[in-house]
Design a protein around this ligand. Sequence first.
Ligand SMILES: [Zn+2]
Length: 457
Amino acid sequence: MKYFPLIGACVVALCSTGCLDMSIPDVTVEESASCRAGYKSIVLADGESCPADETCELLDEDLGLWCMKIKIAEGGDGLNCPAGSITVSPSQQEYCVLDENREPNDDQFLCTEGNVSGRYCREVPAESEASSVVVLEGQRCTASQMTPPANTLRIHVIDVGQGDAIWIQTPTQQNILIDGGDGGAFGKTSAGPIIADYLEFHDFPRGSAFDAVFLSHPHSDHYGGLPNLFASYNLKNYIDPMELDTGENVSSSYKSWISMVRGKLDESHLYMPAQEKFAPGEKMPADFFGPDVSATFLTSNKEIGKGSSANPNDASIIFRIDYAGRSFLFTGDATSEQEGIVVAQSPDLLPVNFLKVCHHGSTTSSSPVFLESIWPESIPRDDRGAFISSGRAQYSGAYLPNETIVSRLKTFINDDMLFATSAGDENKSESDAYRDDNILIVIDGAGNYYACYSGTN
Ligand SMILES: [Zn+2]
């Protein structure tokens, strides 16, 4: 019965896209001749198990195993994908996505045919992806740049593969985390240990406490690594776009994470949903970032992360920080729709020096009107920078960052101030495209700054 919540969450989400209204069955986990060594099969209460032509994949240590259909198509419409989704990987296995450029999550990877045992479809990277090379020209840190003084603002975009994980150290020694990468299910990178290793390498050892932890939005490539990380770290404040008791359209693993947070913090330190805790333009509490760094909330929208037509990306918390005359905007996976809301609602808060590019550099985001609002003429071109957190996961056959977005960003900023955690990973697979492209941005008390790749951890 431990698998019950996962199946329930998937069924609810899929039915919102038009599939059959299925009841939730009891399941057990058993050895199966159709599963390879070390794997088991999920079996429905009525005795149905994986068909002979399916294998089983370990999704997650906690979530267990799932049947997986061997490749049956070379691309185009997937025979086992729900209406409106496609299969995009002409390799060994079928890969289903609901919408072009929509990132995978727990719900979107389960494709059913009116049978809850369903088909688990996952991407297998093709052998050569040379056509998607994106050249980024940011520099490697020098030895002295790697060890900035403690009285500076330091922003680390940690290379967790596909996902986001950003660590901010303030001049007064507050530590803030935005997102925690993926949890490792569906063949993705398990970010928790990667983040912890990075933090320890930079003298923030296990057992330490973050002053504030932000979850930009409830997608697994942002919250998935947090449970593992916070098994060995602590936190003092937590900010999340959704409700305290989330019901709709979020996965069971997200709910488990919220339960974990609630076990660590009392409600006075839970800022959920963020939009009810902060008004657009409101300063966030000084105990998040300390007295010298100003943090301003711009927007978040719990409603567009919920319901049958929900896009949780647009629940993303968008906020800025300011220090010594420099500014940095954090955006989660906001799409052009939410970008447009911010442009209309808070145009005076948008011009910044530095941008965490929305949604891993996907074409869903970084609209021209948004970038024009981020970097008007009042922000000198030499004082602009863009930072992309991306891995080697395919979306509708394309890797991120998208070349169109990279080109668009380069019309606003100098080439050497565009960084991505996937730089140089063009010929790697998702399974080895992390840890090697961490990005460090340092701002001192006089407003001097630099950005560089801070090496492998
Ligand atoms: Zn994401």
